[in-house]
Design a protein around this ligand. Structure first.
Ligand code: DX5
Ligand code: ZN
Length: 220
């Protein structure tokens, strides 16, 4: 199944409830929540209070992307705020394996993200332990950037490596994904598509519907 994960970073925070309900009613399955700590990435976004206060806007999956150094410190709290899927960066964890175990122990699904310049071989050993790999298609930290084209090949290689090993995990892409370039990511093997600006800029309902129309061509 191909899933759309609108990133609320691209939404109008003044009307967050309305923005979330618009994309969920239009068919988005995940809500992507970017937590930034000002250390792992230059910017600071939002954290637990915001996530728990919007939790009752929808029952769709809360997909929390932790751009945070040593995220093991916050897993329990993030889970209590309503995260269903918690994605941590391989580059941000001194002990990636044990951080994955902390997420599992807290009952959430596990995602592991890698930055554009991080090779996929970095996460080879932990692939059987994760539900999703996030291939960053921009340097994390800000919405509205242009995607870095060499990341496409990482998606392609990761998908074939997973197939060789009989692993059927989700592959998520995040950053600079638009209605014009999303087909390239789907063709490469991504099946969870994050988009902030291309969903929320303009008519969010119409943009969501357009993404989902394209997805139908790629149902696996
Ligand atoms: C970037 C974040 C993204 C961001 C995507 O560091 O992880 O989720 O909100 O926004 P767009 O789709 O505008 O690139
Ligand atoms: Zn993100």
């Amino acid at each position: 199944m191909v899933i759309l994960a609108p990133s609320v970073l691209g939404a109008d925070f003044k009307h967050l409830e309305r923005e979330i309900q618009t994309v969920c009613n239009a068919g988005a399955e995940y809500i992507h929540l970017d937590v930034m700590d000002g250390t792992f990435v230059p910017s600071i976004s939002f954290g637990m209070p915001l996530i728990s206060s919007i939790r009752n806007c929808t029952d769709k999956v809360f997909d929390v992307h932790m751009m945070v150094k040593e995220p093991y410190r916050y897993i329990k709290e993030i889970r209590q705020c309503g995260a269903d899927l918690i994605t941590i960066h391989a580059e941000a964890c001194g002990h990636l394996d044990s951080t994955i175990k902390v997420i599992r122990k807290n009952g959430a699904k596990v995602g592991v993200a890698i930055n554009p310049s991080t090779p996929i071989s970095t996460i080879d050993l932990i692939l059987p332990q994760v539900d999703m790999v996030l291939i960053m298609t921009v340097n994390p930290g800000f919405g509205g950037q242009e995607r870095i084209s060499y990341t496409l090949d990482k998606v392609r290689r990761l998908r074939s490596r997973c197939e060789e090993r009989g692993l059927s995990m989700d592959i998520q892409v995040d950053g600079g994904v638009t209605l014009d370039n999303v087909r390239e990511f789907l063709e490469a093997g991504a099946n969870v598509i994050v988009s902030g600006s291309a969903v929320f800029r303009g008519d969010a309902k119409q943009n969501t519907t357009k993404f989902l129309e394209i997805f139908k061509e790629y149902e696996r």
